[in-house]
Design a protein around this ligand. Structure first.
Ligand code: EPU
Length: 421
């Protein structure tokens, strides 16, 4: 597995381009199952998770052409309507094929994802919604078997604003008979983007981006050509890297509204963020000159849980104390012991981390088993004195397109080496 070697202490300067959004691309690739014919998607990031989703579609018999930023998917008659454990365990988002499969093919056999590094992450809301639409659901040797010749519209109250749950049910309802109402839906920009894609295919989805989504089922959907929105989490990660190092960086292609929950907290800490043609310019006097601010993660438009680890890296050096509360996932602080090994002063009490600004961080060998935690360690490496070795970049590659190649031109001293870890 590859490792990253980061030499800290260089302020980042220049322009960095944001790639397409991973968490928008994954449900959108799955949505191709709803149509007959070839869909072409553009601005798709070159990521391991995208390859996994394409492998899953191929496993079922779809034809794919994966040449990021272009990916095309043709689903005619599938050989099987199944997501096997081998692929689901690599990527939980594989469960996004469940809704489209039941809606278009009448049946699906999808491995239960099980727990993962950041929490238990059940899919009960996905299943409850499909049942309300008439599917019979059985659990069989670790697999969910869902069947229904034709789903029918229903009113579904979600117990929490689950992102992939909302997406799965929206896709299922698009081909159901009659009207579906999703109440308590997730409002993330990726949900809105999926609704845009479905509507382009001929679906009738209304209200995405609010907590009540209406879907009027149609009999069939047609293939489309679509360019995917920029990745707000990748953008936010670059913004924090710029701020932490005391840099001046134009984050090109970011949609300012999508990163506003992160920008607002960065501004409160003392970072200067202004709109410029094409993106956001981030200027900062450096992490040591910033103020500690508190964050609590929450579904959109709250502070994103996917930015919590990176923001904490920024707070490790900010003046004063900041309180970081993780309210979305129960176990998303695995970066804390690694940051502590680099000299951070952090105390965890349940879902709360109390971060006291430290005078400096020092390089160390560190490792994380979650994508965003790994990004946090890269940021910490960029501000630490000396050399940081981020082990098992495997996780980072799931969600960041060649991060060393993107940060390098900004002045970051970061390179990839082949490791044995
Ligand atoms: N939940 C349930 N039951 C369900 C569904 C969710 O209890 O049926 C709980 C989860 O356990 C969690 C909370 O609800 O505590 C929210 O989870 P959600 O379902 O919204 O998460 P997700 O859809 O599995 C997506 C992103 C994650 C991101 C979360 C939260 C994709 C492919 N993944 O996951 O992204 O953290 O929403 O915003 O969209 C990442 O990119 O690093 C990543 C983990």
């Amino acid at each position: 597995m590859d490792n990253l070697i980061v030499e800290g202490g260089v302020p980042l300067h220049g322009t960095i381009r944001v790639s397409g959004a991973k968490n928008a691309a994954l449900p959108i690739l799955a949505s191709a199952l709803l149509t007959e014919g070839a869909c072409t998607f553009r601005n798709v990031p070159r990521l391991r998770d995208i390859e996994t989703m394409a492998a899953l579609l191929r496993f079922m018999g779809a034809e794919t052409e994966v040449e990021p930023p272009m990916v095309s998917v043709r689903t005619g008659h599938l050989k099987r309507t199944e997501a096997p454990y081998e692929l689901v365990k690599q990527m939980r988002a594989s469960v996004l094929v469940l809704g489209p499969l039941v809606a278009r093919y009448g049946r699906a056999r999808v491995s239960l994802p099980g727990g993962c590094a950041i929490g238990a992450r059940p899919i009960d809301q996905h299943l409850k919604g499909l049942e309300a639409m008439g599917a019979t659901i059985r659990l069989d040797h670790g697999y969910v078997l869902a069947e229904c010749p034709r789903l029918r519209g229903a009113t579904i109250h979600l117990d929490m604003a689950t992102v992939t749950g909302t997406e799965n049910l929206m896709m299922a309802a698009a081909l159901a008979k009659g009207h579906t109402q999703l109440i308590g839906a997730a409002r993330e920009p990726e949900v809105e983007e999926l609704a845009r894609v479905l509507n382009k295919m001929g679906a009738r989805v209304d209200g995405a981006g609010t907590d009540v989504i209406h879907i009027e089922g149609v009999d069939e959907l047609h293939p489309i050509d679509h360019a995917i929105i920029p990745d707000r989490i990748e953008a936010g990660t670059f913004m924090i890297a710029a701020a932490a190092t005391g840099g001046d960086v134009l984050v090109d292609g970011v949609v300012p509204e999508h990163v506003e929950p992160t920008s607002a907290k960065m501004r409160a800490a003392g970072v200067d963020i202004v709109r410029e043609e094409g993106g956001l310019r981030v200027r900062s006097p450096g992490a040591r000159e910033l103020r500690g601010v508190d964050i609590t993660t929450a579904p959109h438009p709250g502070f994103p849980t996917d930015m919590q680890a990176q923001f904490m890296a920024l707070m490790t050096l900010a003046r004063g104390t900041s309180v970081v509360t993780e309210s979305v996932f129960e176990n998303r602080f695995m970066h804390v012991p690694e940051l502590s090994r680099m000299g951070a002063d952090i105390e965890v009490r349940g879902r709360v981390a109390i971060v006291n600004g430290a005078p400096s961080l020092e390089g160390a060998s560190v490792m994380a088993t979650d994508l965003r935690a790994s990004a946090c360690l890269v940021i910490a490496g960029l501000v630490a004195g000396g050399t940081t070795e981020v082990l098992r970049v495997y996780h980072l590659d799931r969600g960041y397109e060649a991060i060393e190649k993107k940060l390098g031109p900004l002045g970051a001293r970061i390179r990839r080496v082949r490791g044995n870890a």
